[in-house]
Ligand binder design. Structure first.
Ligand code: HEC
Length: 93
């Protein structure tokens, strides 16, 4: 059988996500040694349409309206969106 291998592509995408999440797991530890699910959610969901914008790139005031526009674009549950928003605002400039 030939043709496009959609399973392969999914596996590749999944592997990339795992790598991202792995990196996030290390860098995402805060002082308390607590993993930040918001960071993982950001790295894996906010790079679909553009590069990742890091929290430090904007102030809290700038992020608020941006997040109001961007969060509806990602398919995450309410809790994950709240974690994502909290992570970005906490680490904003
Ligand atoms: C469905 C596509 C899509 C997804 C998913 C998405 N964005 Fe965007 N984003 C855009 C587009 C298009 C622009 C540029 C045009 C605009 O500003 O609306 C943009 C612009 C931005 C900007 C630039 C600032 C600005 O005011 O334009 C930031 C920061 C941003 N996105 C953050 C995020 C974050 C954080 C997430 C994850 C929660 C996210 N985006 C998910 C489409 C997306």
């Amino acid at each position: 059988m030939s043709g496009t291998c959609s399973i392969c592509r999914h596996l590749l995408a999944f592997a990339a996500l795992v790598l991202l999440a792995g990196a996030a797991g290390c860098a995402g530890l805060n002082g308390m040694g607590e993993v930040m699910p918001g960071r993982v959610a950001m790295l894996s969901n906010c790079s679909e349409c553009h590069r990742i914008f890091m929290p430090e790139e904007y102030t809290k005031e700038e992020w608020a309206p941006i997040l109001d526009r961007m969060l509806p674009l990602v398919s995450l549950g309410e809790e994950e969106k709240m974690a994502l928003r909290a992570y970005i605002l906490r680490n904003s400039r």
